[in-house]
Design a protein around this ligand. Structure first.
Ligand code: UDP
Length: 237
């Protein structure tokens, strides 16, 4: 497969066309942003860690029946993925109170929820990714009710799979964000897209609560590279 023109550059990844019309290449950068890009920095080798972590986690969920856009790993920073028409909705799944939920509800971080919460956000940086509901998503044509039901079902299933996967590695899956898209090569079938990495997951060491995710960068906790390296080691071992 040959890399062709750059199609899109995001905060953490670059997407390239390839010589195959239904395949793209996702290139993972070291750039890190937080608070809607108001804070910017570099996490050395993050792109390599995230490429490896995401590849492994996509394979783990795919094996359990979740269709993903992952095709194969091409290099330390590149994976081949299926071309997707991305649905402009971020699906956040939460098991433990943290971040925006703690702020919104006026409670401390760390409370274990009696059941998972799914929060839906419009994927629109210029508006700060506002939270939206299913009626809004449907009324604005972002996704159909059927697609939303499928996205929710997949998100909860991914949560079960990854909670168990990280649990076996002494890590609590606190919350995470997923993105889905329609695959033109598969008749518009819904696939899990984007990435699953510590950029978009909160991961706390069981017992100590030590953070192994992007909050180390967001909150200037230090040992940022070390945390990504540790997650890579845990996930790929
Ligand atoms: N998240 C993300 N991209 C976003 C917003 C959130 O990947 O644009 C992830 C974030 O890393 C966390 C989860 O979604 O694992 C929940 O984030 P939250 O809504 O609490 O927002 P935050 O506190 O990160 O602003």
């Amino acid at each position: 497969m040959e890399r062709r023109e750059q199609l899109y550059e995001g905060k953490a990844k670059i997407v390239y066309a390839t010589d195959e019309p239904d395949l793209y290449i996702q290139y993972f950068k070291d750039d890190a942003t937080a608070f809607n890009a108001k804070k910017r920095g570099t996490i050395v080798s993050k792109g390599i860690f995230n490429n490896h972590i995401s590849a492994k986690l996509f394979q783990v969920v795919e094996k359990q029946g979740i269709p993903t856009h992952y095709v194969k790993t091409l290099s330390d920073r590149e994976m081949a993925v299926k071309k997707l028409d991305i649905i402009r909705v971020e699906v956040v799944v939460r098991n433990i109170v943290a971040g925006n939920l703690a702020k919104r509800m006026g409670v401390e971080e760390g409370r274990r929820l009696p059941h998972p919460i799914i929060d839906l956000h419009l994927k629109q940086d210029a508006l700060d990714d506002p939270m939206i509901n299913e009626d809004t998503i449907s009324a604005f044509g972002l996704a159909t009710r059927e697609e939303l039901a499928q996205m929710r079902a997949y998100a909860l299933r991914v949560n079960d799979i990854l909670k168990a996967f990280f649990g076996e590695r002494n890590v609590d899956l606190v919350d995470f964000k997923l993105e889905f898209g329609r695959s033109p090569a598969d008749g518009g079938k819904l696939l899990l897209g984007d990435e699953i990495t510590p950029d978009g997951c909160r991961l706390w060491e069981k017992g100590t609560g030590r953070k192994l995710d992007k909050d180390r960068f967001r909150r200037d906790l230090g040992q940022v590279e070390e945390a990504y390296a540790e997650v890579e080691r845990l996930v790929t071992r």
